[in-house]
Design a protein around this ligand. Structure first.
Ligand SMILES: [Zn+2]
Length: 247
């Protein structure tokens, strides 16, 4: 199913939710909720984020280079200052991995791989990526996704079937979240004084690298490449309106 191939942020949040639910299931023998599930409160989000962050820190070696961390943290703080949720305790952690990846956990935890920082050509590109992750948090995507997944599980637990519609809805939310995080992140980058085209440049170069290296595999090619291409087109359109607004 294509929705399973979305960016790691969402898969990651899903995994965490499912693990959490799994734990409940083991304890209670069945999953149940008293009320229709709501979105997470700030405090719940921060608490979940703490657990996820602990988990990540066990899974990866952290890149401790003080200069690199300083650069990344300066970029992050500039973006957070202009964001819509700057009361969250944002952190940006560099993971010792050569893969090119960025993701976030609830509560303002952002992770970049060393491979991503090596692949980025400019500070503006890094700011584009971090801006995208800050936007996920600002737009409360983790909380909304949590709500979606809980609703699916809730329906299932009250005798309902795993409906294809709810999965389709989840899929469309995932796409929408990615595009919204792209445009909002680019706006934050612009407001913080970076070139807002940084994320677009990064995504375009990354897509052509993946195509060159044949990284999509046969089955996943169309879905993943299509998703990134539609993000690129959506972002390009947004940037042209941002350009017009400047004049
Ligand atoms: Zn994302």
């Amino acid at each position: 199913m294509t929705w399973q191939r979305k960016l790691s942020f969402f898969l990651f949040v899903l995994a965490v939710i499912l693990v959490t639910v799994g734990r409940h299931s083991a304890a209670n023998d069945h999953w149940h909720l008293d009320d229709t599930p709501a979105e997470m409160s700030d405090a719940e989000e921060v608490e979940l984020g703490k657990q996820v962050d602990e988990y990540i820190r066990h899974q990866f070696y952290l890149e401790n280079d003080p200069d690199l961390n300083m650069v990344v943290n300066n970029i992050t703080q500039r973006l957070v200052t202009v964001s819509d949720r700057n009361t969250l305790p944002f952190t940006c952690t560099i993971l010792q991995s050569l893969s090119i990846n960025a993701f976030s956990a609830p509560g303002g935890h952002i992770y970049l791989t060393y491979g991503l920082l090596k692949f980025a050509k400019t500070e503006d590109e890094v700011a584009g990526i971090v801006g995208h992750e800050v936007a996920h948090a600002s737009l409360r995507h983790a909380s909304k996704l949590y709500h979606d997944v809980m609703e699916i599980l809730y329906r299932q637990s009250s005798g309902g079937a795993y409906s294809p519609e709810s999965l389709l809805l989840l899929n469309s939310h995932l796409e929408e979240f990615e595009q919204d995080a792209d445009t909002t992140g680019a706006l934050y980058a612009f407001k913080a004084g970076f070139n807002p085209r940084g994320l677009l440049n990064f995504l375009e170069r990354h897509l052509s690298l993946m195509i060159r290296k044949n990284m999509f595999g046969l089955a996943g090619l169309s879905a993943t490449a299509e998703m990134i291409t539609s993000r690129i087109n959506h972002l390009r359109e947004y940037l042209s309106t941002l350009d017009k607004g400047k004049k």
